[in-house]
Design a protein around this ligand. Sequence first.
Ligand SMILES: Cc1ncc(COP(=O)(O)O)c(C=O)c1O
Length: 635
Amino acid sequence: MILADAILTLVSIVFGMMLRLEIIYSEYSLFGYFLREIWPFIIFAVFLRPTVFYFTGIYKHLWRYATWRDFIRLAESILLGSIILSLATLLIIYPLWMYTFPRSLLILEGMFSIFLLGGWRVVLKFSERYPGDFKWDKTVFNEFRRVLIVGAGSAGAQMARELWDNPQLNLRPVAMLDDDARKIGRKTQGLKVFGPIIKLPEIIQTQGIDEVIIAIPSAAEQTIQNLRHMCQVSQVSCSVVPPLSDILGTSSDSSFSKFRLPMSMPQITGEEIHAVVRVMQSRNLSIGAQTIAFEKSAAEVADAAYAVAVANGTAGLHLCVIAAGVGPDDEVITTPFSFVASANCILYERATPVFVDIDPETLNIDPGKIESAITSRTRAIIPVHIFGQPADMDPILAIAQRHNLLVIEDACEAIGAEYKGRRVGALGKAGTFAFYPNKQATAAEGGVLVTNDEEWANLFRSLRNQGRDQFDEWLMHSRLGYNYRLSELNAAVGMVQMKRIEDLLRKRESVANEYIKRLRKIEGVSPLRLALTTTRMSWFVYPVRFSEVINRDLVMTLLAERGIPSRPYFTPIHLQPFYRKRYDYKPGDFPESEKAGNSILALPFYADMKPEEVALVCDTLAEVVGEVKSSSSSA
Ligand SMILES: Cc1ncc(COP(=O)(O)O)c(C=O)c1O
């Protein structure tokens, strides 16, 4: 760009000289006399113009745009350059090197510069907007919409950068708005920060705003609603960054209470948004650098040699079952106290899930009950690290070895958890992490298989990609496979989250500790007990267990009435309608799982949950539990 400007400045001078030569000094030759005399002027001018542009900010953003406002700023910049050029010529260049003072050349050069440099920017703009199809009759010269970014934090700054970098959006950030007194009056990303936020309608008016973007990911839903309302009243359009609840379709979900305290909430920062935009810009949307990087980070977290990303946790479990060679006549042992996918993955291969009840303390499969469930048809065991607490793996692995069974870990809820100091995931033959938005780290959707077996890793890569082997020719498929690929967009989000996994796990742990501290005071409500073998808990949800005298479902209803969402975990898999019908299961078959399923409630829980929010939940819970107890004792 700088070089182009310098060349065009040179061309402007040559044009100016030719005109001047013809009109005034036609008896002199252009190169023989005039150029010899004027070269110091040319050199100075060619350096000066880009330098002035640099200092007046033309290179910062303007070269990519071509609105009238930009054109005026460019003309101003050229005029400033011409003034400096005139002064330098008059005071230094003319007295030292030149016979005449080139007044008319200065004027002509300035005019040609405006024409050539301005025109060059217009051409750039259109060629950028219509790459490969640069037709003047098709182009529409849109004015940019003036954008106010609410939130001058990292998400706001990120948004400003994105808008600058993407002129085709036709959105121009012109100011920011924030409540932070330290930021008000200063500049962020070259934009003045106004404040406080309550002044939104006034700023919209005074700054001539066309569009407002709210970039405060941590704002309470109520704050967002208020801001939206102000925009509506001011008749400007408004969007929220990240509108994650919209993307996920959870905004109308009942998991958001009327006070908008969410049940769970992923931590999405400008980095995730930036990562997604970068992938879009790269045009490489599947099986690319992001997937590879995401896999590498997951392998590191699990201390595993290999990781393979797939579309979701269920797909990962399914591929493990296939890799284990499980077929229609086989049985696979697992726990009934889990999410239904832990057993569905066995049914996908037409094998039979055999349930083994849980240890009531840890809520994980009870190793002491596994051996009696093993038959000649048993092929594998799928322990689930429920709520992020590792199952008791050593006895499970020992049993598996004794009976020649494979162990597949359902670690969908337990990324980063440690069993006796060892990371879960690849303690058995293979395991799967899940990245749904309520998980410790999210990719919006996604799963990663981890294993230490290279053959299994290669098999997973083939199975997720329609059965194509690494060296298969184009559209050749060595085996029956699936489309379980993860998009680069998901992988990019997952990758950014994995970079912060330690921080995310630490934050969740401190929210859990806050809960533990406050729940001590509520009689009849117990937190999850951690096993001695759990050297690191990876908190997935925050479950509490009620004593038998407390009606859990009534507590849930009363909490909801007070604006606190909660969820029962889990209806045991064997009592799911489909399993009951197919296998004739009935209540009483797995009593510990059923007792847990009837008495556990998960409370709102997410990494960015504030201590005041935990306090609100616990105070409300104490109130509600008191009410439920007194109503049952008076009944
Ligand atoms: C224990 C368990 N297994 C499997 C899954 C399935 O993961 P996904 O929803 O990514 O398919 C989940 C998801 O919540 C889970 O909690």
